[in-house]
Design a protein around this ligand. Sequence first.
Ligand SMILES: *Cc1c(COP(=O)(O)O)cnc(C)c1O
Length: 464
Amino acid sequence: MEYVMTRTTAEWQAADAAHFLHPFTDFQALAKKGSRIITSAENIYLRDSEGHRILDAMSGLWCVNVGYGRQELIDAATRQLRELPFYNSFFQTTTPPAVELAELLAEVMPPGFQHVFYAGSGSEGNDTVVRMVRRYWDLQGQPERQVIISRWNGYHGSTMAGASLGGMKYMHAQGGLPIPGITHIEQPYWWLHGRPAGLCRAEFGKVAAGWLEQKILEVGPEKVAAFIAEPIQGAGGVIVPPETYWPEIQRICDQYGVLLVSDEVICGFGRTGHWFGCQTVGSRPDLITFAKGVTSGYIPLGGVMVGERVAKVLIEQGGEFEHGYTYSGHPVACAVALANIRLIRELKLVEHVHDELGPYLAEQFAQLGEHPLVGEAQTCGAMGALLLVKDRASGEAFPGELEIGMLCRGHCFGNGLIMRAVGDRMIIAPPLVMTLAQVDEMVALIRRCLDLTLADVRARGWMP
Ligand SMILES: *Cc1c(COP(=O)(O)O)cnc(C)c1O
């Protein structure tokens, strides 16, 4: 509460509007409305400057896996700040936390991952991916293998390379993206692409994976460096692909020798009920991008885990890799990540998601799926989505201009629940420490907000 005492909410808002350009924000619209000022947090609850208690069903931004206020992480940061707040790893130097974290990551990663390249965020991690896969093929004597395939509506960050890999068309529209050598295929979103075509989920999974093969053949297999995807699309709306999708993707990558990159910035560190999402969907990636949950968001850190196939070539034939960041292996970030991963182990959070939280959430979401506004309910581990539709029977969507998601999100905010709207999909990714009683509390809030949204929609005459 210390910060709040120093200024009123209106004063914070005025200063915020005067100087702070927020990410992914219409500056003028926000200035008019005023930001909500989050002042403190504990476990899964936030507090704002007006004293409201808010259940954070989004883990901040998909990252606070161990929940807020964990003393272990705070102590790790403070200790390391006192001992050595910074030193670089460029000049044949290293620091104990960076080494220990590299070792621990190799331990928790799927087999075959023994090396890490550190970055400061998920976007930077994916910039590293672009540099690294192209370098790999250069060293393999196939410099023409430059093209990276990714998916529409995938999210891979907001730097030039990250946004280019991502498939958000509204991002490409600003700043001349994508950069050359990146091309996209359609996403495995059954509701949008499979259902209207009359395909069952299993059939659709294979069809959607087949789009990768078509693209590889169109580009020319000798020109394709890598395919990058999130195991489960996060920012795109928590889209869980059919079970048939990933095995077929793996087969195609194997057949054409294309490197597979698993962007696990959201799916990593227990989110899906395994340590990594590739273990949940059954893929065998060559590179894994991580960030967010690696430190539970307490401090920025990201990076790329490098599997044997690529590591061997980079190390044995590569010479100097002309790439790196000032904060690659930042000792304080690495110390916090170490404490975070140890805590995930100690609290058995991966097991908790796999055995308790995930199955219970799935059950509760299936019930929410019966709500008159909901066309489809999906979960995977500790993430979930509710698709809002105008007509459950026909699957008819609300007209886009009604912004049904934003309407529902408004009710959530007004009722002490943070749930995100992605188009018509209402999504959650709560802290992994969430108890089953807290799931009940969250689901009751979601239900109330769906009811309020339904009443609202009927009052406006959008629905009978
Ligand atoms: C958030 C995210 C990123 C980008 O990470 P930043 O830390 O915001 O740069 C990349 N990939 C995925 C899958 C993400 O969810």
